[in-house]
Ligand binder design. Structure first.
Ligand code: ATP
Length: 506
């Protein structure tokens, strides 16, 4: 799996999906650029989210707020005082780690051990293997589970109490060592604030410290009244936003899973107090369905309901996906009570209330938040789509790498290929391009053999390739080749628009 992940990262670079930022200067930690195909996929993901959130819900509207915001906002939201991660250094390797992530990785090792035991038993028992029973009764597995749960519990306790000494003690007691130096020679654990700051204003006296937003949500909260009043919104209603966020993450790893500059798609849903848990449940289900509709297999998603809740939340869950490096969060759904609006009310001195005409009373609305990272969703999709296929036949070795992206999200919808570069075929192919390019992202490709061209399109995930041959000049029909099945059929050019429309519409 680790191996597949390395190949995936290389594939993303080779096929114009993701490049390290400042590549010719050897990169910049946890910052990435999207290439010619990456930007298309990213835009399609954003469109998929925006259409399902904003266009299909009559009571949800979008905004685009600024990255720079008044510094007091981050005081009110709690980010200045509490948006911290527990940091620990290994004195030998001089490497920094997030103490909680070190422990989480250690917890994940128990899962790996369990899966290995199951795999071994499956091989040993063959058809007769009852996996459920084995998991429930095998003493070794039960011991691993017990240790894992105990560790989880003590970490949650230490984090909840903000007890940095206890967190360090867990690392020591469990013999967790630095993956680089292999030693347990650690410093104390200390808090590290994740916000980037800069200065606004040009004169020394006139400057003030401001932050690059670490989440887009606060731009929605501070615009709550602006939108509610100007849009005449009635509760329940939502405000959605897509935009950049910045976090000075301590550990940069796993490619675009954890970045220092990334993009979020967030929606805050404002509800009547007392109805929030009902709405939380509804959004929890709705969001899971949205993910599963992409067709990557329901078994690869799961909920992780939080036992440990932030002080302002009364329910929280993550939607996790099975990445090549294990189940990890893709999206968070939180019931945030009236915490944010009340805090902004207090710090700004402005009333942030809603007059409910049905109840004939004013209140600070409660909020359900759905929050997902565009880049993380990108990684989820591309790791789910990446396939290495063995096509060897009759003793002849052959293989291909194909991105089985949902057609609606694929960067290029159709590649148009003249069979040869002469006899009027390129001109005919160009005619087809002109017919379709206003509605679909199509790519013209005339270089190399048809076989090579197909493989190139497979590697970027193009769902359809059409070939223009000499016959086309007579009958106005082309060969269409389907990416996943590699089947080919002959169809009239006049049908191409309808096929693309049907298969690639979001
Ligand atoms: P984690 O526990 O992994 O640090 P979080 O719980 O702090 O994440 P949230 O603040 O809930 O994350 O952010 C909402 C979503 O934004 C996440 O589900 C994730 O998809 C995305 N996200 C958060 N931090 C990053 C990051 N550094 N890089 C890429 N995406 C991120």
């Amino acid at each position: 799996q680790e191996d597949i992940f390395k190949k995936l990262v290389a594939h993303c670079k080779e096929y114009g999906y993701v490049f390290p930022s400042s590549d010719i200067y050897d990169g910049l930690g946890a910052v990435y650029d999207y290439g010619q195909n990456g930007v298309e996929l990213k835009n399609n993901i954003k469109k998929y989210w925006w259409e399902s959130m904003v266009r299909l819900h009559e009571n949800i509207v979008g905004i685009d707020s600024a990255i720079f915001m008044h510094p007091t906002i981050w005081k009110a939201s709690g980010h200045v005082d509490a948006f911290n991660d527990p940091l620990i250094d290994n004195k030998d390797s001089k490497k920094r780690y997030r103490a909680d992530v070190l422990i989480e990785d250690h917890i994940a090792k128990y899962d790996e051990k369990i899966e290995k035991d199951v795999e071994k038993a499956r091989k040993r028992f063959g058809d007769k293997f009852d996996e459920t029973l084995f998991r429930q009764t095998n003493p070794q597995i039960l011991a691993h589970l017990e240790k894992r749960e105990a560790l989880r519990e003590s970490m949650a306790k230490a984090l909840n109490a903000n007890d940095l000494t206890a967190l360090r003690q867990i690392i020591i007691d469990n013999n967790i060592v630095c993956p680089i130096s292999g030693t347990a020679n650690w410093t104390e654990v200390r808090q590290f604030n994740l916000m980037f700051s800069t200065e606004m204003g040009s004169t020394a006296e006139g400057t003030s410290k401001i932050y690059l937003r670490p989440e887009t949500a606060q731009g929605i909260f501070v615009n709550f009244l602006n939108v509610q009043k100007t849009g005449r919104m009635k509760i329940p209603f939502g405000i959605a936003q897509i935009g950049k966020a910045f976090r000075n993450e301590i550990v940069a790893r796993q490619f675009i899973f954890r970045m220092r500059e990334f993009e979020q798609m967030e929606m805050q849903f404002f509800v009547r107090p007392g109805t929030e848990l009902e709405w939380f449940k509804k959004w929890r289900e709705t969001r899971m369905k949205w993910h599963q509709l992409l067709g990557f297999g329901a078994q690869n998603y799961r909920f992780h309901d939080h036992e440990k809740l932030a002080h302002y939340a009364n329910a929280a869950t993550d939607i996790e996906y099975k990445f090549p490096f294990g189940f990890k969060e893709v999206e968070g759904i939180h019931s945030r009570t009236d915490f944010d609006l009340s805090q902004h009310q207090k710090y700004s001195g402005k009333k942030l209330q809603y007059f409910d005409t049905e109840l004939n009373e004013s209140y600070v609305p409660y909020v359900i938040e759905t929050s997902i990272g565009v880049d993380r969703m990108f990684l989820q999709i591309i790791s789910a789509a990446y396939c290495e296929e063995d096509l060897s036949k009759d003793g002849k070795q052959d293989s291909r790498v194909v991105l089985k992206l949902p057609a609606a999200l694929a960067p290029v919808k159709m590649a148009v290929m003249p069979l040869v570069k002469k006899d009027g075929l390129p001109e005919k192919a160009q005619e087809i391009m002109d017919l379709l390019k206003y509605d679909f992202n199509c790519q013209y490709d005339e270089k190399d053999s048809i076989g090579k061209r197909y493989r190139r399109q497979d590697a970027i995930g193009t769902p359809f390739c059409i070939t223009v041959d000499h016959q086309t000049l007579q009958d106005n029909a082309v060969t269409i080749r389907h990416r996943d099945t590699m089947e080919q059929e002959r169809i009239p050019i006049a049908q191409l628009y309808d096929i693309l429309k049907e298969k690639t519409d979001l």
